[in-house]
Design a protein around this ligand. Structure first.
Ligand SMILES: Cc1cc2nc3c(=O)[nH]c(=O)nc-3n(C[C@H](O)[C@H](O)[C@H](O)COP(=O)(O)OP(=O)(O)OC[C@H]3O[C@@H](n4cnc5c(N)ncnc54)[C@H](O)[C@@H]3O)c2cc1C
Length: 328
């Protein structure tokens, strides 16, 4: 391991690298190309052992397998800590529940500098620099580790910050992390019971298109109209807190200050006024389309395209038009 290397957490599920793993592989490869080090994956989850070498096609030079079983991600903290201790410039973690758990354990056990969730990370004159929305999105802050701070810096990265490398052919050199000696107690943690997520719940943090509904949608049935549009776009449905509080959708779909922070390529806000507490969860979206019948709704101030109209007219018409263009 070299102090110029860029480590990244690569989660596997059902035998596949997750979207966040592929995004971070691309980000780590770009940073490593500048730092003169290598992109090194720390892979865990079902399928990690078999899929580790495949991360080479997405930018990883090497891959250390922390574990291949379905277990709480935090059990891999001692192994990840041992790898991080060998030295690296940065460790990129996805801003997902597992990524946050592991990142927090690393920061806590090694006293490392922590950043995030960030919407950009780069090297400036050899120094790591991150970009993050603060003060509820009113200010974009850039941060760097203090001079002499221990490394690696641990950086929690929002989904869609990097674009996966597709069509690559490389293969990563694979090694296996030494098993934990059990002293930490974490090694004994297992999943006692797991329940399948409700069909409507997806990993919003990884969605590239989100169709989000608010109080204006009016009912659980109303969300069916949004789901149809999301299906046509290959996207996911999200919601404001007002919609979640009303019980029309589960809380896992809530976006905002007390919900999820998302960064899709396209965010379609339907019947959402654009309160600051909602905005902080979606303002990093690349493109925002708002559909609202109130021409003075605050969301119109920061949407790229503001459609003024009744959602029950606009959304089905948009879905039909998209289907028509696809010849469906
Ligand atoms: C501490 C705290 C934390 C919070 N955290 C969050 C959070 O995480 N996420 C969050 O979203 N909120 C959060 N809130 C709540 C937030 O302040 C707003 O109350 C909430 O975002 C409003 O949701 P909304 O936009 O769906 O509803 P509203 O503000 O009521 O807006 C509904 C919109 O729908 C439009 N509309 C109505 N009918 C139609 C129609 N038929 N066609 C088209 N448009 C229509 C209206 O013109 C209106 O603009 C938080 C508040 C506090 C105090």
């Amino acid at each position: 391991m070299s102090t110029n290397d860029i480590l990244f957490l690569a989660e596997f599920d059902a035998g596949q690298a997750t979207r966040s793993a592929l995004e971070l592989a691309a980000g780590a490869a770009a940073l490593a190309a500048q730092s003169g080090g290598e992109a090194v994956a720390l892979a865990y989850g079902p399928g990690a052992a078999d899929g580790a070498a495949g991360l080479g096609a997405h930018g990883a030079a090497r891959c250390v397998v922390l574990g291949d079983e379905r277990r709480p991600a935090v059990v891999h903290a001692p192994a990840a800590t041992a790898v991080a201790r060998e030295g690296a410039l940065a460790l990129l973690a996805p801003a997902t529940p597992n990524g946050r758990d592991l990142a927090a354990a690393l920061v806590g056990s090694l006293g490392l500098p922590a950043f995030g969730p960030v919407r950009a990370v780069r090297l400036v004159d050899g120094t790591l620099e991150t970009e993050q929305a603060t003060l509820q999105g009113a200010v974009i802050t850039t941060s760097r580790p203090n001079e002499g701070a221990p490394s690696p810096s641990v950086v929690l990265v929002l989904a869609n910050t990097f674009t996966p490398i597709e069509g690559g052919t490389g293969s990563a050199a694979v090694s296996t992390a030494p098993t934990d000696d059990g002293e930490s107690g974490l090694a004994r943690a297992t999943i006692a019971e797991s329940q399948p997520a409700e069909a409507t719940v997806v990993n919003l943090e990884e969605a590239t298109v989100i169709v989000a509904g608010g109080r204006g949608v009016g009912s659980q049935e109303g969300f069916g109209v949004l789901q149809e549009l999301a299906d046509v776009l290959g996207g996911a449905v999200g919601a404001s807190r007002a919609a979640a509080d009303a019980g029309w959708v589960p809380y896992q779909l809530q976006i905002g200050q007390t919900g999820k922070v998302v960064k899709p390529s396209l965010y379609i806000a339907v019947g959402i006024s654009g309160a600051i507490q909602h905005r902080v969860g979606m303002q990093s979206a690349e493109h925002v389309i708002a559909i609202n019948r109130d021409p003075d709704a605050p969301i119109g101030e920061f949407a790229d395209l503001f459609v003024v109209g009744d959602l029950f007219g606009v959304v089905p018409a948009l879905t039909d038009e998209l289907r028509r263009r696809r010849g469906e």
